[in-house]
Design a binder for this molecule. Sequence first.
Ligand SMILES: O=c1ccn([C@H]2C[C@H](O)[C@@H](CO)O2)c(=O)[nH]1
Length: 154
Amino acid sequence: RLTGFFRQSLLHACAVWDKIKEMVSQCLQARDMAYCPYSRFPVGAAVLTADGTIITGCNVENASYGLTVCAERTAVQRAVAEGHRHFRAIAVTCDIKDRFVGPCGACRQVLMEFASDWTVYLTKPDGSYKETSLSELLPLAFTPGHLTHVPQMH
Ligand SMILES: O=c1ccn([C@H]2C[C@H](O)[C@@H](CO)O2)c(=O)[nH]1
């Protein structure tokens, strides 16, 4: 029989595994909602908040091209608008099957605003993923902590 610490550790590992699977599945579903008539390059994202909520986003393009918003920023901004400011992880996917694709530079910076220790799951269309981190994707980052007037988070 599994007891105490080991049982707890196993349950925790299973809960984490379930959350990753759920994020991966939700980012793939979000990609199907992408509005990308110009690039025809759909992207999906799913962020995991500190309280375990998963919020998705897709890219939303614009005829001006430049006003396009990426899937990752759509998800983060949606999460913030719903009251979340503490994040743990993000899963991102596009239609490219043969390699893992990272978020664009603008999205890396926007993620950095809310945490430096995001876990990032680069997800292929078949649901396989590569785990990385925001600090690996954006080393030596500029962060809110570098400003003399640090924004009050409340
Ligand atoms: O990290 C990225 C990179 C690109 N895109 C979108 C923007 C545009 O709609 C399309 C092609 O660049 O992909 C994202 O959503 N996330």
